[in-house]
Design a protein around this ligand. Structure first.
Ligand SMILES: Cc1cc2nc3c(=O)[nH]c(=O)nc-3n(C[C@H](O)[C@H](O)[C@H](O)COP(=O)(O)OP(=O)(O)OC[C@H]3O[C@@H](n4cnc5c(N)ncnc54)[C@H](O)[C@@H]3O)c2cc1C
Length: 261
């Protein structure tokens, strides 16, 4: 199938992109097009206007200070995998990015596009929740900041308001003794995962996120961030089959073991 007809513009600034989105309610942001492209071709999305943002310098950079790393929404998975963006420590982001899909998709797919698409099986959705990242959003009303855990509301649903653009993701740096584990299970390399777990232990923080659940990831913090806590929480999800629960627990075991080494 082919996409329904649409107009296409390349604004030269975020302000211009926001103005275009405000003027045309049938407009949609286009970043790497790795998810929106297939949706257009299947006519699951039929925007009147595509506002292409992935070449905007304001969205393409990465920055860091002593406390956090800020990654522009249009930084690609490949740039992160290749170490062309600052990392939070221990190569955590580069390793995650390197495991996303195939190189061709990593070359175009962006961290911001992945979050805004909010596929429950997307790697960044789970990982950025575990790292307690914050999204920086820009719209006609100005800037808003939200924890990724609040931004991702359900499968393919975010807190992005009409006309808003995701500008950047801000991630706290890992402390020296931080322990991290990320594991996923895929039918074959490059496929979306059918089980996923991220674990972060640092200072007094204990956080476990279980992804690829079919809905938003499950965030467990403090005492609940344990094998028992996860078992209990997965048991309380009637939509999961016993095999899915088993797969998730096996992947979580591996992520916890990785964090312990
Ligand atoms: C075959 C295949 C396999 C894949 N495998 C994986 C995988 O294993 N793991 C994984 O995590 N991902 C996977 N992906 C997804 C891919 O990694 C991209 O991250 C994802 O497609 C979205 O990024 P994008 O930049 O292409 O966004 P686009 O497709 O351009 O946009 C996606 C959505 O986000 C919106 N959007 C994009 N950027 C912004 C912004 N800055 N502000 C507001 N809204 C915005 C768009 O309007 C659209 O609704 C796969 C994709 C394909 C096609």
């Amino acid at each position: 199938m082919k996409a329904a007809p649409f107009d296409h513009v390349r604004p030269t600034s975020v302000a211009e992109a926001i103005a275009l989105l405000a003027r045309e309610p049938g407009a949609r942001v286009l970043a790497g097009g790795q998810s929106l492209g297939p949706m257009l071709n299947l006519r699951l999305a039929q925007p009147r206007l595509l506002v292409q943002v992935n070449r905007l310098p304001e969205l393409a950079g990465a920055d860091s200070d002593a406390e956090a790393v800020t990654i522009g929404a249009c930084v690609t998975h490949a740039a992160i995998a290749d170490g062309r963006a600052a990392d939070v420590g221990n190569n955590v982001l580069a390793e995650v990015a390197d495991g996303i899909a195939y190189r061709a998709i990593r070359n175009r797919g962006t961290i911001g596009g992945s979050l805004c698409h909010a596929d429950p099986a997307a790697d960044w959705v789970t990982v950025l929740m575990a790292l307690d990242a914050v999204v920086v959003l820009h719209g006609q009303q100005g800037e808003r900041r939200l924890r990724v855990a609040d931004f991702i509301q359900a499968a393919f649903r975010t807190a992005l308001l009409p006309g808003e653009i995701l500008q950047a993701v801000r991630l706290p740096r890992l402390t020296a003794g931080a322990r991290w584990g990320f594991e996923k299970a895929c039918r074959k390399p490059g496929d979306f995962a059918h089980a996923m777990a991220a674990v972060l232990l640092h200072g007094g923080v204990r956080r476990v996120v279980i992804g690829a659940l079919g809905n938003r990831p499950l965030l467990l913090e403090g005492d609940a961030a344990s094998l028992d806590g996860a078992q209990h929480a997965l048991q309380a999800m009637p939509e999961l089959t016993p095999v899915q629960r088993h797969m998730q627990m096996a992947v979580l075991h591996r992520a916890l073991a990785k964090a312990a080494t």
